[in-house]
Design a protein around this ligand. Structure first.
Ligand code: GCO
Length: 451
């Protein structure tokens, strides 16, 4: 990376006064209180209780105890001058069994969170689904069962009707590629299923649900801003060899195009990933219309890039990733390459779809091994990461690409899915024994930047 870029000043004004600044979290990763006040079990509660699934046997049972400490944490958001807070709704707090009877204590809890945000001048941005499917629904087939579309609509309707008078910004679903890929193909995330017979129907039912949820939100809340969020990584071939270049095209289709393209009316990227032809089996008449929605915004979430090479032995896509740890590049604690240009390339890529009206970066951030010393956490690597990625966002914006907001992942250190509590992504350090919060240097930096 060009070191002169590091020296250039970066300030909020350069992004314009309408640019949206925020911070993102997800219910399962922070709330804890996993069986309190009538909450039902999610697939993550069940998956994390199984041996060997989560690093160090960690569980989301207590997490950051946000359920009980939300006021203090929202105070911290306001203290850090962060105007927008993106969080998700736990499906099993609202419907302990996924469908059927509404748990009023769950509604009351999110009302308290939303109301407290508004008292503190923090705008709530709600993600309806961030991966914590009710276990009762998983037992009925989960994302593999087409009925999930109706279950999801039921959940969406209750959220819209309960919170829509105060919540103006909605994201239907978080990163479908990750919960279907890791949860229904690789089996490394909840519910731990594997193979195409789970993966393909989960993909199709996720797209149908995103669109059905969005249509319902628009119907119930015609003035709301409606979006949905996707993970994306800049994909580059390992060499100039045609085999590597083609392998990179396939991985790019799977990682970056699989969900956005049907939603924009372009269909699944079947030409580049022929195994996706198997999706046809799950189609029903009229589905083409039910795969499309005209979103007000698309959230993209970028952390890194991947280098791809041809691999004879990898089934379905004949491609493999060249691990960042073997490439001698700077790494985060997730062993992801620090590569700021990735976010620029992803903004460019998603901006190139004329159907997308507005892009926000709904997640970007990094895990580093942070320690508290003398009451301080000097996480200069995270500060540099955020600054250099933001410079690339600014570059894209200045070149006329359609990016209008940025949310840091994440507020506090939290439960990082299969990696447990080990990777620390927060602007605020959490001592998980005592629940003590310590604002890191990056938190102070963001506060100063946003002042
Ligand atoms: C995701 C999720 C977050 C993660 C974050 C870091 O993007 O995977 O939205 O829940 O914690 O991305 O891996």
């Amino acid at each position: 990376m060009d070191s002169t870029v590091l020296d250039t000043h970066i300030n909020k004004q350069l992004f314009g006064k309408d640019f949206i600044w925020g911070v993102s979290v997800a219910a399962l990763q922070i709330e804890g209180a996993c069986a309190d006040d009538g909450k039902g079990e999610s697939v993550w509660d069940v998956f994390s209780a199984k041996k060997g699934k989560i690093l160090n046997g960690d569980k989301p049972t207590i997490a950051c105890d946000f359920y009980n400490q939300y006021e203090a944490d929202i105070d911290l958001i306001s203290q850090l001058n962060i105007p927008n807070f993106r969080f998700s709704i736990s499906w099993t707090r609202i419907f302990p069994d996924g469908t059927g009877t509404v748990n009023q204590a769950g509604i009351a809890y999110y009302n308290r969170v939303i109301d407290y945000c508004l008292v503190k001048g923090v705008e709530p941005w709600v993600t309806i689904y961030h991966w914590d499917l009710p276990q009762a629904l998983e037992l009925r087939g989960g994302w593999v069962n087409r009925e999930v579309v109706e279950w999801f609509k039921g959940f969406t309707r209750v959220c819209a009707e309960a919170f829509g008078d105060r919540v103006k910004n909605w994201m239907v679903m978080n990163e479908p590629a990750v919960f279907t890929g890791a949860g229904y193909f690789l089996g490394i995330h909840a519910p731990g299923r594997t193979g195409l017979k789970n993966f393909l129907p989960a993909i199709h039912h996720a797209v149908l649900s995103i669109v059905a949820g969005a249509k319902l939100l628009r119907e119930i809340l015609p003035d709301a801003q409606i979006g949905t969020t996707f993970s994306c990584s800049y994909i580059e071939p390992y060499s100039d060899k045609p085999k590597d270049i083609k392998a990179a095209v396939r991985v790019d289709a799977l990682v970056n195009r699989l969900f956005i393209e049907p939603i924009l009316g372009l269909g699944y990227p079947v030409e580049d990933v022929p195994v996706l032809k198997g999706l046809e089996k799950y189609y029903q008449p009229g589905d083409d219309e039910n795969l499309k929605f005209d979103f007000d915004f698309i959230g993209i979430q970028n952390y890194t890039r991947e280098i791809v090479k041809y691999s004879f032995f990898t089934p379905y896509i004949s491609a493999s990733l060249v691990k960042a740890e073997n490439r001698g590049v700077p790494l985060t604690d997730m062993k992801w390459e620090v590569y700021p240009e990735s976010i620029y390339q992803m903004i460019k890529k998603f901006s190139s779809y004329p159907q997308i009206k507005n892009l926000y970066i709904t997640e970007n951030g990094a895990a580093f091994p942070d320690n508290v010393a003398d009451g301080q956490v000097n996480d200069h690597k995270r500060v540099a990461y955020l600054q250099t990625y933001l410079q690339q966002v600014l570059k894209a914006k200045n070149e006329g690409y359609n990016v209008n907001g940025y949310f840091v992942w994440t507020l506090t250190d939290n439960f990082e899915w299969a990696e447990g509590y080990h990777p620390r992504f927060g602007l605020i350090h959490v001592d998980f024994e005592t629940q003590k919060r310590t604002i890191k240097s990056s938190g102070y930096w963001y506060a100063d930047f946003l002042k």
